[in-house]
Design a protein around this ligand. Structure first.
Ligand code: ASP
Length: 335
């Protein structure tokens, strides 16, 4: 169990009343149920513990390296993490850990674990159970990076935070839950990735010179050029309308063309939670495609961002990154 911070382990500071992380031993005190499992649970605490709004790719590198170094010691890993950036972190880890044959389950909570109505206990105990679950051949039931929250086990790189108030904080709109926890945990085995016998391959290098630009009525040429053609930018995720549509104005398409000609990757992700980019459906989508934009299909923004960090981190030329981006690497897109 790897504790990085987040609401699950927070307490109210008596001075400013803000929620701040406290240490892991107190989590264990609050969840004696963990002692009832018939297996050993070791814990590793990050220092400092953070609110996940402070997560940086360096935390993903630390997490991936920790899992790599302890991979043979454990059947599975549970990562306690704040909800705000959990989908980003789970997406990143899904790309960084290739040939995964063991579960890596992210969880957290909306209410701290010491609060009577906390959702943290159920999330934590079920996440641990799932991380240890084996199939009839003794292999991991879910050899994937996942998010477990409010009775749902979601593929990490398909998950997104959709609720800041209720316990159902996460959904994976374009992929069904991998499991649902009721009286028993029901695994949706047909859609869970199969374990591999290939050795785990971990990539720590990430190139984060990527930005996310949400298309909206009222964009101006000056601002768009600044955002898409900046010298330090390697790639831009354009969050477009509906099925991947953007304005057909010539100035806008010129900027996309110029950015592509400068060797930048312009990726098309839909603003919609459900459904996929299809740049062949409307003239506005087609224009974006012929200007050089690449489809993210039904990827979440979080997963498209992590995939770009990961692919650019390989140091490959843009054309190869572009090709790999449109491939389904970890179950993150439905093609
Ligand atoms: N701000 C908190 C965090 O992401 C929220 C949470 O954990 O639910 O760390």
């Amino acid at each position: 169990m790897i504790y990085t911070g987040g609401t699950i382990g927070m307490k109210q500071d008596p001075e400013d009343h803000a929620l701040k992380p406290f240490d892991f031993s107190q989590i264990l005190e609050e969840v004696p149920e963990l002692g009832k499992f018939a297996f050993r649970i070791d814990s590793y605490t990050f220092d400092p513990l953070i609110d996940s709004s402070d997560v940086e790719p360096s935390l993903w590198q630390q997490l991936a390296a920790l899992i790599r170094d302890r991979y043979n010691d454990y059947d599975g890993f549970v990562v306690l993490h704040g909800t705000d950036t959990m989908a980003f972190s789970a997406s990143a880890l899904s790309f960084m850990l290739d040939n995964l044959s063991k579960p890596v389950i992210f969880t957290g909570s909306q209410l701290p674990i010491g609060v009577p109505r906390t959702d943290g206990k159920e999330n934590l105990v079920s996440a641990v159970e799932i991380a240890s679950a084996k199939d009839e051949n003794g292999r991991a039931m879910v050899p994937e990076v996942c998010v477990f929250f409010d009775s749902h086990l979601l593929r990490g790189n398909r998950s997104t935070k959709v609720n800041s108030e209720y316990f159902n904080a996460f959904r994976s709109p374009n992929w069904p839950p991998l499991a649902e926890a009721g009286v028993t945990i029901r695994y949706n085995r047909d859609i869970i990735r199969k374990p591999t016998v290939r050795p785990l391959k971990v990539q720590l290098d990430l190139d984060t010179r990527v930005s996310i630009v949400k298309i909206h009525p009222g964009m101006t040429p000056e601002v768009m050029r600044y955002l898409l053609c900046g010298t330090e930018t390697r790639a831009v995720i354009l969050e477009t309308y509906g099925a991947g549509n953007a304005p057909s104005a010539e100035w806008f398409l010129d900027i996309v063309r110029d950015a592509c000609a400068m060797g930048k990757l312009i990726v098309n992700v839909t603003q919609c939670l459900w459904g996929s980019v299809n740049m062949d459906l409307y003239a506005t989508g087609k224009a974006l495609k012929s200007a050089g934009a690449v489809s993210a299909f039904d990827a979440t923004t979080e997963s498209a961002l992590a995939k770009l960090f990961f692919l650019l981190g390989k140091g490959l030329p843009t054309e190869q990154v572009k090709k790999a981006f449109e491939e389904n690497l970890r179950g993150e897109i439905s093609i």
